[in-house]
Design a protein around this ligand. Structure first.
Ligand code: NI
Length: 640
């Protein structure tokens, strides 16, 4: 540092929530290198913005800009959690991570090393030979190991590897699982740590090549093109990372771990910018499998915490992934050597017509009015191994916010036992697809008209017949305020229409009621694994549909910070253990949603998109229908 030059008293900082840029990644690396934290075997598992405290952002008092960096030494396994100031170009902290409490995420370099490690294992080659399989025709699926308390794995970086036969380079290997065999690999020692060779199963032979015309058959005929055109261009703007459309505004960010992040989502209500959500992102997702087989009991992937799924964002193709008048955003993340890597067209933004917004044909006045709904779509798609996940945020003219996950790709496969299975579907002769769940958790840092928020759980209640309900038709809504974090773990219940109203405790609407937004779940089963299982400790977040916590700057991830090989207990159970007040506080909602998947024949050989979603609807937030002033559709357009 050059002390002869006085530091500027008021450095010009970018918006405090702007994602880390490529230039900043270069500076972060240089700062860490100058401080002696980077050697040849150092890899950058994660570089991202360490967001300032929300209070400072809202007050405009942020004075530093900090990057968080997770470093792994691939030679020793030592890992470091560092914070680097981008104002002073200095290392603020560098803390060693205790690997037995959770390892940092798996590197691409480690995935890539698995082929060589297994090829060098006589035991592995022999196990394949026993099955009559040439190692050169095998594709490997290295997977996160979990933490089952095995003594010989303590403190080691472990992956578990399953094998598939790939007959030629274009052959989709998921059709040909080599079942009954699993290698546990020590990533630092770079050797097979243990081989589980349970049983020999026939390798299913039928092709799953959904891109081979010989498998697909003749193309469906008669589908004429659909073109979506907006002759005057789209109705939104994106400037400096801020999207504006109709009455909405939102700042867009992107993170290696969480993917797309929405910041400071607000609605302009007759000239007043009213905040609703301060920050929204996928904080975690887990895919736990139901098959207790000795080679697969450990299968459960935390695609966010273990694999950092943001880095696998697809570059979207115009006319294929998104149609219409599209704006794409490129995003920049760090590669494993700490250099910037740009993913072109990672985020897609476009407008969609969404049918009828409101309509009435009045019998008495002859008035016949109809308005069309439209929405803006902000999305990205990420591929994690066999599955492809899209995350779509929709903002509607009437103030509705929706989050939708799209699930497609190829189901994970096994051999299907001749005597049947209680834990898998048979999708092709001898080919099984184990039952599993996809449990997403979206962290919703709410700011409904300000930071003094609370949650009312609202159920509808059937009332008994009797005095005051003589004819038995009465039912009512019953609101229960969630007071502290220990009351904030909730399970949805469709039988009572359960929904969670996020209300501002200091503001009233024109009728004196709560100003709020209601979280409407689309409930599916919570985590189905046994409560005392390891996965239930590690994915405790998924045992509830809703958690509510008081805002804390460093509480970002539903299953905790270092999820890979984490023994359990981190994340939401640890956050909520403080039992802080959530009534009239700055609060965060954590919503778990997603399907329980018993694969269907129709899911093979590639899954049509399955959907999982939730909705945030204004409830008393506006004083009346906020979409009254939407103009009617242009008549000559409708006449075409
Ligand atoms: Ni599935």
């Amino acid at each position: 540092m050059n002390t002869s030059v006085s530091a500027p008293s008021a450095p010009t900082l970018p918006h405090p929530l702007r994602s880390i840029t490529g230039d900043e990644i270069v500076r972060v690396r240089a700062t860490l290198a100058a401080a002696g934290h980077v050697v040849d075997s150092t890899r950058f598992a994660y570089v991202g913005l360490d967001e300032p405290h929300k209070r400072e952002v809202l007050a405009g008092t942020v004075t530093d800009r900090i990057a968080r960096v997770l470093l792994l030494d691939v030679a020793s396994g030592a890992s470091l959690d560092a914070r680097v100031s981008l104002v002073s170009d200095s290392v603020l902290s560098a803390v060693a991570i205790d690997g037995s409490a959770g390892q940092i995420a798996i590197l691409d370099e480690e995935f890539a090393a698995i082929d060589g490690i297994l090829a060098a294992s006589d035991e592995w080659v022999a196990a394949l030979a026993t099955r009559g399989i040439d190692p050169s025709s095998v594709a490997l699926a290295p997977l996160s190991a979990g933490n089952y308390g095995f003594d010989d794995e303590q403190g080691k970086r472990i992956m578990r590897v399953l094998a598939f036969v790939q007959d030629y380079p274009e052959d989709h290997c998921w059709a040909h699982p080599v079942d009954g065999l699993c290698a546990y690999v020590d990533l630092i020692a770079r050797r097979v740590h243990k081989l589980v060779d349970e049983k020999i199963y026939p390798v299913p032979a039928e092709s799953g090549n959904f891109d081979d015309p010989a498998v697909v058959g003749p193309p469906l005929e008669g589908l004429k093109p659909i073109s979506i055109t907006q002759p005057d261009g789209p109705s939104f703007t994106v400037e400096g990372g801020e999207l504006r459309w109709a009455n909405w505004s939102v700042k867009l960010g992107f993170d290696t771990r969480e993917g797309l992040v929405l910041h400071q989502l607000a609605f302009n209500d007759a000239g007043v910018e009213r905040p609703i959500v301060y920050r929204a992102s996928v904080s975690e997702m887990v895919v736990p499998y139901a098959d207790p087989s000795p080679v697969r009991f450990w299968q459960n992937y935390f695609d966010t915490g273990e694999y950092l799924f943001g880095r696998y964002a697809n570059s979207l193709e115009h006319g294929c992934d998104c149609v219409g008048d599209i704006t794409y955003l490129d995003v920049t993340i760090a590669d494993e050597f700490g250099n910037p890597r740009t993913i072109p067209r990672a985020v897609c933004i476009h407008e969609e017509d969404f049918g009828t917004l409101w309509k009435h044909n009045d019998l008495y006045t002859g008035s016949n009015e109809v308005r069309r709904q439209r929405r803006i779509v902000i999305s990205f798609f990420t591929t994690v191994g066999n599955y492809d996940y899209g995350f779509y945020w929709y903002l509607y003219l009437d103030g509705t916010i929706e989050c939708e996950a799209k699930l497609t790709g190829v189901v994970f496969t096994s051999a299907y036992p001749e005597d049947g299975s209680d834990f898998a579907s048979e999708l092709a002769p001898g080919l099984g697809a184990p039952y599993h769940q996809h449990l997403f958790n979206v962290r919703l840092d709410m700011t409904v008209d300000g930071t003094a928020n609370a949650v009312d759980e609202v159920d509808v209640v059937r009332l008994p017949m009797g005095l005051g309900n003589e004819y038995g038709n009465a039912f009512t809504g019953r609101a229960t305020r969630l007071a502290t974090e220990s009351e904030g773990g909730r399970v949805a219940d469709t039988s009572v229409g359960r929904a969670w109203h996020i209300v501002n405790t200091e503001k009233r609407n024109r009728m004196g009621g709560d100003v709020g937004y209601v979280l409407i779940p689309s409930p599916a089963p919570t985590l189905l694994a046994a409560p005392e299982s390891v996965i239930a400790q590690r994915a405790a977040y998924a045992t509830k549909h809703l958690w509510v916590t008081q805002y804390a700057q460093n509480e970002l991830y539903a299953a905790g910070d270092h999820v890979n090989q984490n023994p359990g207990g981190d994340g939401l159970p640890a956050y909520a253990a403080a039992d802080r007040s959530i009534d009239g506080e700055d609060i965060v909602l954590w919503h778990t949603f997603g399907p329980t998947h018993l694969p269907r024949l129709e899911d093979w050989p590639i899954m049509p998109v399955d959907y999982a979603r939730f909705t945030l609807k204004p409830s008393g937030f506006f004083d009346r229908n906020p979409a009254l002033n939407v103009p009617p559709a242009v008549a000559d357009h409708c006449a075409h």
